[in-house]
Design a binder for this molecule. Structure first.
Ligand code: RRO
Length: 310
């Protein structure tokens, strides 16, 4: 395989990892990912206290993707931090640590604990959970996002990325990129699910998930063109030190190749991992290799970001 990837000054055997939220709630699931062919893996976004999340059914696989309103269920920040600290004693698959505080203060508090801990890996600050009733997606509030990052980078000195929601307007890409470029971010992860979609079962004349009268985050094939647009828009607007993780609609080697062409360095798989299980990393990386071999590429660096315009 010729998929070695340099990200945040570290080497990864390949660019693939899970998207936070899928197959990463418990230590058992995390260990499945560690043993898989993924190049890295990430914990479920956590809050300081354990949360049950929203009532079920709250995640449904659809023919072309998924809809979810999980509501940030997680086993609590310290459950994942303890796991991360244990993992880093062994030189195994690198682990990213995801947090999603319910308020600015909670995010700051968790980041202070990470800063003061022995954790030496990469932290992902999720600014885009669409599913907690009454809590808007932080990264749709540009001023609040800038204020939070200002406070964070006053004390946080470890590698940090942000998980963003999809944007749909070129002016929003410009405005968000201007904000992000002010900070020493390690990466931007685009995109989280498309928030507050509505999938219905017309035979039953009903919604398919229980929380929020059926409104939930859309993932999978439905969202690949939106994800590619966000990866491309940030790749062409952010300073080169800020790398991109591409997430959204990655199910095959070709989907992966397209995200890489748009400028992604790491690639996260959510909906397709939920459908197929951790064996997907073996298949998808083999499929990407077949495309690279056919095109004569010896490394991902030869084509990353090199999407042509007409
Ligand atoms: O737990 C969730 O409902 C959830 C989160 Br935190 C997120 O970031 N994205 C998503 O689709 N669901």
């Amino acid at each position: 395989m010729k998929q070695e990837t340099t990200f945040a000054h570290a080497k990864f055997s390949n660019p693939f990892m899970n998207a936070s939220g899928v197959h990463c709630m418990t230590i058992e699931e995390l260990n499945d990912l560690k043993k898989s062919d993924a190049g890295a893996y990430i914990t479920k976004s956590s809050t300081l206290e354990k949360r049950e999340g929203n009532p079920s059914p709250r995640y449904v696989d659809l023919a072309l993707g998924s809809i979810n309103s999980m509501g940030l269920p997680n086993l609590g920040f310290h459950y994942y931090l303890d796991y991360a600290l244990e993992q880093q004693k062994h030189q195994e698959t690198p682990l990213f640590f995801s947090i999603a505080g319910m308020s600015k203060e909670e995010n700051i508090e968790m980041l202070k604990i990470i800063q003061d801990s022995a954790f030496s890996g990469i932290t992902e600050l999720n600014l885009s959970c669409p599913n907690v009733p009454g809590k808007p997606q932080m990264a749709y509030d540009f001023q609040a996002t800038e204020d939070l990052l200002e406070r964070v980078f006053n004390f946080f000195k470890k590698p940090l990325g942000v998980k963003l929601p999809p944007y749909f307007d070129l002016v929003h890409f410009d405005q968000m990129a201007d904000i992000l470029n002010k900070f020493p971010l390690t990466y931007v992860n685009s995109v989280n699910s498309i928030g507050n979609a509505l999938f219905i079962d017309s035979e039953a004349e009903a919604v398919v998930i229980k929380p929020k009268n059926g409104f939930g985050g859309l993932g999978g094939q439905y969202i690949k063109p939106t994800a590619l647009a966000n990866v491309r828009a940030f790749y062409t607007r952010l300073k080169p030190e800020i790398q991109i993780i591409g997430t959204g609609g990655i199910e095959t080697g070709q989907d992966a190749f397209e995200h890489l062409l748009c400028g992604a360095t790491m690639l996260q798989v959510g909906t397709a991992l939920h459908k197929e299980g951790p064996g997907i990393f073996t298949r998808i990386s083999k499929e990407l290799q077949e495309i690279m071999d056919e095109k004569g590429y010896q490394s991902i660096d030869e084509f990353r970001g090199k999407l042509k315009s007409l």
